[in-house]
Design a protein around this ligand. Sequence first.
Ligand code: MRU
Length: 348
Amino acid sequence: MKDINNGLLRTLYFDTETEELVIIDQTRLPGELVYKRISTARDLYESIKTLALRGAPAIGVGAALGLYACAYRFEDVTAEGFSYSFKKTCEFISSSRPTARDLFYACERMEAACGRGKTVKEKLAELRKESFAIEKENIEVCHSIGSFGEKLLTNGCAVITHCNAGSLCAVEYGTALAPIYEAASNGKKVRVYADETRPLLQGARLTCFELCNAGIDTTLICDNMAAGLMAAGNIDIAIVGCDRVAANGDFANKTGTLSLAVNCAHFGVPFYVAAPSSTVDKSIPNGSAIVIEHRKPEEVTEYFYKDRMSPAEVKVYNPAFDVTPASLVTGYITENGVFNNKEISEFI
Ligand code: MRU
């Protein structure tokens, strides 16, 4: 199951026979396509933490469906006990990763849904309805981003992207890759250069996997090759995803996005960010307030946790994300249209 019509995989779904969340374990791609069933808070937390479930929108939708699957199994008989357990579970899941706004957006919506029910039965019904709504909205948002972003792509153009913001970062279709899928389905020929995205290679492993599966002309590059390609005039446009957008339009995305944006500014390549409203955080005035996750040194010193590449005693700096200032953004592709960096604060 779970192919959508153009051959893309569905990243996650809810099994209504068992009331479990089912995800593709993204740590196993591209070598193996393994599905993982989630119905406990520990499994949900670990899946997000280890990046089995990753990419901002997928984390948000997965958290919502996973929280409902956990709540379905609560043994609390009173409404108060149920609400308390749900609140604690939301706090635990929210502590899995700090940067992507979608995780907190989903937990906040689910907690509000829990509050709308008076009895345990009503609370469960509200949680089920809300998690399904979050999933459906995400699918619609990604398709809208695809339609608006597609207009930026001309026949034969070359797009560069960083990390994975495709179907694997959402339920399906994705954000930054949605315009590419939409352009391809409209008969445009689009070439994609995919940054490998060190340290965990989401570009090499995931973006190349899904683009090649979809029959898109894809070239893998090391992250440090982008400037050379731009200098040679080989890139027409950059499109990336984002994990959190501050009120002034600064945004956090996978580490290395900032370098790409600086390169684009230097070489005059338009730089776009696909930004669904679930990533917007109005409470944060600018990018300096975005909490950046730092991850284990082994992600840098060992090749995908397998072969040691550096001396054991070396110090390691491993922020999972960096912040790109709004001044470097040509446009934000949202579900409501494309906005430039002067307009975005109004949209937000
Ligand atoms: O650490 P990851 O793989 O979860 O990081 C993912 C990214 O940085 C994506 O570009 C981002 O979540 C946007 S996905 C629409």
